[in-house]
Design a binder for this molecule. Structure first.
Ligand code: NAG
Ligand code: NAG
Ligand code: NAG
Ligand code: NAG
Ligand code: NAG
Length: 635
């Protein structure tokens, strides 16, 4: 009976272990890591959070004005910056906004030059745009020549909040912005010298990202749009959404007078595939995308976040090269022979032959689907419900993904080629909330997370939290951290780290002095923050022994004489319950954690029975083992 029970128990443990690596290894709340939290003025979710060049300064935009928040000086009230739309100004003095000018900010773009913003506002009927220099004392809208054409052509358009956009900054700038929903003008819109609109269709589409791919010849640059489309097939087994990527050429001006005038002639659409053919799981609800630019534009990678109806999330990675390959080689859906149809961007789209334009008008979807890089499965797939993705490209050859959870948490994930490792879960908010945006200021290593009414700044290189030994620093596999000989530090040059495997054996290769320290530490097998103590308990009393859990990937167990009681590492503490103190419980208790072969003693306690000299108990070993199992099953 006992061996059978033990076997079942061990099997159960093993299955627990198998899934624990899908959990974040550590959890960081305000208690463990420095977080600064500021209330957002205005009781309205910010349209955009712009991280400024100056460290610790952030612009929260919307709906009516900009607020400059300073994290170095959190007590200071935010500086409110009014947007004086040129078209709305009563000359004054002092210049003021006309009362009937009721524009909500719907687009904010930070230019490459420091403190320069381009923003647009909508009053439900029309749109105004403004170039601002925030370094000025009282910033107004500047008459920037290269933006005039955009301002003129966008006036009669209504920008929807939260739509992706891209600004092609050249001698004459163009603005690309999408319109989502099921109305008439759903699709990609271009504003500037040439206004181009989407062709008419009656599909419901929701856009999540625009990627601009600049080429040496300006007219041959492309814009890629990522969206999900409502499935018209309402069959029992059909998906609600279908993910797509569309491509348009920036040089496109639309067709000639009679056909596709001011509409895209270069638009092609292809389905995206994200799934795992082995486990027959696939993902169709495209939620968000993040781009990692490469030196070679074809190597630009798009990280696409998906969900499915079983509450699982997945991230698939596509390269622009693979997307372009489909657009240049795949047959068109419905009509495969279209030999004279241009696949590349053309010099002058108004000169395309009418028969070709009619073909373009009717068939725009590719037969073949775009598959993830190297035809692989999802980079990551788990039961969490993620809402946003942000990717920090190439930290020592490893990308870092930040994924927001639907409860307000953030997962920090290390990517090594096709493998991922959830380093930590940050809990920036005190309560369940919806994350509105996440953004990283790479040079300072600060992550900004906003909810409807709060903005939190947290340090992504909080290396000291992993512990004060080389092994703990390496086990963390954090691309922002390394072991410098004495500390786990944000320095990654010349420090010890093994992101690929988290193999702490590399700690043994450090210099002799440190090696000596290591051996010394190993032989005593103790740890600085271990709890030690001797407790004397009355007979038949109850008692708890506590042991802190830090890594959820480690195995924790309480050892006492020959017995060994394991804990679930999902909990915050590893507790051992002494149900009724008796002679068999007398003696030393040690809480040990083990992760990838690295063993640590976290707590040691000595229990004594009142009215009895300690340490005389010597019950048979088998009895102790049985007790351990019973205790475990009770706890
Ligand atoms: C502007 O924003 C306010 C506050 O969110 C909202 O109540 C109002 O309807 C918006 N106006 C327009 C024209 O979108
Ligand atoms: C912005 O304003 C500052 C201060 O007036 C000025 O020094 C700077 O040149 C301006 N920048 C641009 C791009 O106009
Ligand atoms: C990723 O891990 C594999 C082994 O798991 C390793 O061979 C490879 O070099 C790693 N990739 C990077 C970019 O470090
Ligand atoms: C290691 O890092 C710590 C904290 O970041 C720093 O105080 C210490 O001087 C560094 N040691 C070496 C040898 O660089
Ligand atoms: C105690 O249990 C843990 C987890 O099941 C196991 O890894 C370890 O080897 C055991 N130790 C002893 C001394 O039995």
């Amino acid at each position: 009976m006992l061996p059978l029970f033990l076997t079942a128990y061990l099997l159960c443990l093993r299955s627990l272990t198998a899934t624990t690596t899908l959990l974040p290894r550590m959890t960081f709340t305000e208690k463990e890591t420095a977080m600064k939290r500021l209330p957002l003025p205005g009781h309205h979710a910010p349209i955009e959070i712009v991280v400024e060049g100056e460290p610790d300064t952030v612009i929260a935009a919307g709906p009516k004005h900009l607020n400059s928040l300073n994290f170095q000086n959190p007590q200071k009230t935010p500086v409110e910056i009014h947007v004086l739309w040129t078209e709305c100004i009563d000359p004054g003095p002092p210049p003021t906004l006309r009362a009937d000018c009721n524009y909500n900010i719907t687009l904010v773009h930070k230019r490459e030059e420091a403190n320069q913003l381009f923003l647009c506002g909508t009053n439900g009927k029309e749109t105004l745009c403004c170039d601002m220099n925030l370094s000025e004392q009282s910033p107004g809208c500047l008459p920037l020549e290269k933006m005039e054409k955009i301002k003129g052509s966008i006036r009669k358009f209504v920008i929807k909040e939260g739509e992706p956009f891209a600004l092609l900054d050249s001698p004459e700038s163009d603005l690309y912005i999408t319109y989502s929903g099921s109305q008439d003008n759903v699709g990609i819109h271009k504003f500037g010298k040439n206004r181009v609109t989407p062709a008419r269709h009656n599909k419901e589409q929701h856009y999540v990202g625009l990627v601009l791919s600049r080429q040496r010849e300006p007219l041959k640059s492309r814009v890629y749009a990522f969206y999900r489309e409502k499935n018209r097939d309402r069959g029992l087994y059909s998906e609600m959404w279908i993910p797509f990527v569309a491509r348009v050429c920036t040089g496109d001006r639309g067709g000639p007078k009679n056909i596709l005038q001011y509409s895209w002639t270069s638009q092609m659409n292809a389905r995206l595939f994200c799934g795992d053919t082995d486990s027959r799981q696939h993902f169709s609800e495209l939620v968000d995308v993040a781009t990692v630019q490469a030196d070679q534009w074809q190597d630009t990678r798009v990280y696409a976040l998906f969900r499915n109806e079983w509450g699982r999330s997945a991230v698939c990675v596509y390269t622009i090269r693979d997307i372009d390959h489909i657009f240049t080689t795949s047959p068109f859906k419905g009509k495969d022979v279209q030999s004279n149809r241009p696949r590349e961007c053309v010099e002058d789209s108004t000169k395309i032959q009418p028969d070709v334009l009619r073909m373009i008008e009717t068939y725009s979807e590719m037969e073949q689907w775009v598959r993830p890089e190297k035809n692989s499965g999802p980079l990551l797939s788990n039961h969490h419900s993620y809402t946003h993705i942000h990717v920090h490209g190439s930290r020592s050859n490893h990308n870092v993904l930040f994924l927001s959870l639907n409860n307000g948490g953030i997962h920090k994930v290390m990517q090594n080629k096709s493998q991922t490792f959830i380093i930590a879960e940050y809990q920036p908010f005190n309560h369940r909330t919806h994350v509105v945006s996440i953004g990283l200021h790479p040079s300072s290593g600060k992550l900004y997370v906003s909810s409807r009414n709060e903005l939190v700044q947290l340090n992504v290189a909080n290396c000291a939290q992993y512990g004060d030994s080389c092994e703990l620093c390496v086990l963390a596999r954090d691309p922002y951290c390394g072991w410098n000989g004495t500390h786990c530090t944000p320095e990654t040059d010349g420090t010890l780290q093994d992101l690929t495997h988290g193999n702490h054996a590399i700690c043994l290769t450090v210099s002799k002095v440190q090696l000596h320290e290591k051996v010394f530490r190993g032989s005593t097998a103790t740890h600085a923050d271990e709890a030690k103590g001797s407790v004397t308990l009355p007979p038949e009393s109850k008692h708890f022994l506590r042991c802190p859990v830090s890594s959820h990937h480690a195995q924790y167990s309480w050892r006492h004489l020959g017995s060994n009681t394991s804990c679930s590492s999902r909990e915050q503490q590893c507790l051992l319950l002494i149900d009724s103190m008796g002679p068999e419980h007398v003696g030393a208790y040690t809480c040990v954690s083990e992760e990838m072969g690295h063993r640590r003693v976290l707590a040691q306690h000595q229990l004594q029975l009142e009215g009895r000299a300690a340490g005389r108990s010597s019950s048979p070993l088998i009895w102790l083992c049985l007790m351990a199992v019973v205790i475990k099953s009770l706890s």
